[in-house]
Design a binder for this molecule. Sequence first.
Ligand SMILES: C[S@@+](CC[C@H](N)C(=O)[O-])C[C@H]1O[C@@H](n2cnc3c(N)ncnc32)[C@H](O)[C@@H]1O
Length: 273
Amino acid sequence: MRELAAESVDLVVTSPPYNLGIAYRSYDDTSCRETFLSWCSEWAREVKRVLREDGSFFLNLGASPSNPLLPHQLLLTLTAPDFFQLQNTFHWIKSISIETKDAQTISAGHFKPINSKRFVNDCHEYLFHLTKSGSVRLDRRAAGVPYADKSNIKRWKHTGGSDQRCRGNTWFIPYETIRSSTDQRPHPASFPIALVEQCITLHGQGEESILLDPFLGIGSSALAAQNLNIARFIGFEIDADYLQVTRERLAVPATSPNKSPALPNDGEPELPL
Ligand SMILES: C[S@@+](CC[C@H](N)C(=O)[O-])C[C@H]1O[C@@H](n2cnc3c(N)ncnc32)[C@H](O)[C@@H]1O
């Protein structure tokens, strides 16, 4: 990243290792908390340097039930006075259960079940939107949803007659279900392509954007950039095999949808915690 010019990137969307002991092929995900936070400061300083003044840095962070403070500790580090401003906090919802109007409970999405008497299943991750000024303009409507009650379009002036409202900060983006985790999930911690597409659309700078992912994994953010015809994408990954998977995924013709590898879910053994 030190080779990239200052203020040369519009958008950074990334999911770094979380230091939760995940079995990556090359990276050791078990450093002590202090070392981890200072390493994160180091690469995030580079993110700040290469990001334009009106750029957006979307940082995806998860926790584990036995390590719930990690995202918050890292966020506090990255929002020190001369660092980033926290402009928005999004919740990436992987699974949700809601009650319908006719009092039925329906569930959608997938999660890794936890076998515990203390902890509930963890069905979300954070997506922190960090900027230099805290006041970067976003395209809320482009990343929005249609009104459920269409009469609101005429009733409220701020709609401007458009059937699209701000989606809010809870984003339901499920993994796809798979049968065999070994064949189809070549990386232990990838995020859905749609999560990155949503960030690109919300940032709203269009196809001319330059997008960076310093922790590429198997290239979900590169796939999102390709799907949305983003002018230039830059990614870094230390593991050659993950990089190879990225190349293969990018080579799939656009006619067949590039799917995110899914998370083994309900059919898988529970995590003992
Ligand atoms: C959470 S994963 C990212 C997954 C990615 N978002 C995806 O959807 O495939 C973090 C990745 O960072 C990589 N990594 C760790 N240290 C790195 C470094 N110093 N430079 C580049 N990549 C690194 C790991 O190998 C791992 O693949």
